[in-house]
Design a protein around this ligand. Structure first.
Ligand code: TXA
Ligand code: MG
Length: 327
């Protein structure tokens, strides 16, 4: 495995690796993806093996345009409207698969649908174009662990199981794409992300259903699994911190006390990380996974997490935190 700065030479090399059935970690605006040729069953099987991912959990296929997506799925007018608004960008559309479309059966794990996403990151776009392939790519981390937002996270999690890591710096968004199921009569959000329910409702005034967070709701197979798990225990909505606990802050720490006396702001450097001092949800999302990793790597057994408002992008942040807190 080698980490290579993305440039025209390394992107061409990565495209060759993909055409030969190999695995390339590529930057996207959300998280790093572990890419393989979606038309090649053996290459796709290597993704599942490298991640230790259950084969019941389908993969997202990355494309460079609506025209390319149309080869693989029934891309109707409704899908076109969402794509017009949000592609390229962090929105995955679940659509009915076209018979004989060539996408490996493994990709959709036996479902009659495929998740399609057109990433906004220039390196992902260049790699898609250079390879001229649809790229199956889940997050480039071992199954069940925290998604990678920097190339070093991929190297730490997957090591030599990936043939090449294309480095494009830190991911701007930091949370995986919103997943919108368009295979039925009513659009259903299967995973919350930066494209919020409000953003989606603004398209043609169709309010999507919420398909995550309550038992019995329709959901992506992957949403049912233990996920984003750090080694540490998370204590959510904390209003104070124990002396031996790490603190993941949000907003002002001025009034945050330490159990038994003292203030969180006076705790040693490294025990307290603030997702966003100015309480900016976008900034918090971009820091979330990297900060959880940092506190985990520092060896804290318990992490207290301050309350994050459950509106807009906060819904997606709380979804990831709730699932990270599950043991
Ligand atoms: O931002 C992202 O979406 C990143 C980057 C790399 O693009 N990818 C990502 O992939 O988060 P992954 O595999 O970690 O999550 C994909 C989710 C899983 O929960 C999976 O169950 C769901 O998408 N999914 C994929 N295909 C599906 C389908 N046909 N129907 C329902 N859910 C699907
Ligand atoms: Mg993942």
């Amino acid at each position: 495995m080698s980490i290579q700065t993305a440039n025209s030479k390394s992107i061409k090399q990565a495209a060759d690796v993909l055409r030969a059935g190999g695995l390339v970690a590529m930057p996207t605006e959300t998280v790093y993806g572990l890419a393989a040729n979606a038309l090649d069953g053996q290459a796709v099987a290597r993704i599942f093996a490298a991640k230790g991912r259950p084969q019941i959990n389908p993969l997202i296929v990355h494309v460079t345009s609506v025209e390319q997506a149309m080869r693989y799925v029934e891309f109707d007018i409704r899908a076109q409207k969402y794509a017009d608004h949000f592609w390229p960008g962090p929105l995955t559309l679940i659509l009915k698969k076209k018979q004989g479309c060539g996408i490996s059966e493994l990709v959709s794990a036996g479902l009659p649908t495929i998740g399609l996403r057109c990433p906004a990151h220039p390196v992902a776009q260049q790699l898609l174009k250079a390879s001229d392939l649809p790229l199956a790519a889940p997050s480039a981390n071992a199954s069940g662990t925290i998604s990678p937002t920097a190339p070093i996270h991929v190297a730490e999690s997957l090591g030599d199981k990936v043939d090449m890591i294309l480095s494009g710096g830190n991911c701007d968004v930091g949370l995986e794409s919103t997943i919108l199921d368009l295979s039925g009569a009513v659009p259903i959000i299967l995973r919350p992300g930066t494209v919020t329910a409000e953003d989606l409702a603004a398209v043609e005034g169709i309010t999507p259903e919420i398909g995550y967070g309550n038992p019995g709701a329709p959901t992506s197979p992957g949403q049912l699994l233990k996920h984003y798990a750090p080694n540490a225990n998370l204590r959510l909505n904390a209003i104070d911190v124990a002396p031996d606990e790490a603190l993941l802050g949000f907003g002002s720490l001025k009034f945050m006390g330490v159990k038994g006396g003292g203030f969180a702001k006076d705790l040693p450097d490294g025990q307290v990380l603030n997702l966003s001092e100015g309480a900016d949800l976008y900034q918090a999302a971009s820091h979330l996974f990297a900060y959880l990793r940092r506190l985990d790597n520092a060896g804290y057994k318990n992490i207290a997490v301050m309350n994050i408002p459950d509106t807009g992008l906060g819904v997606a942040i709380n979804d990831r935190l709730t699932r990270a807190a599950r043991k």
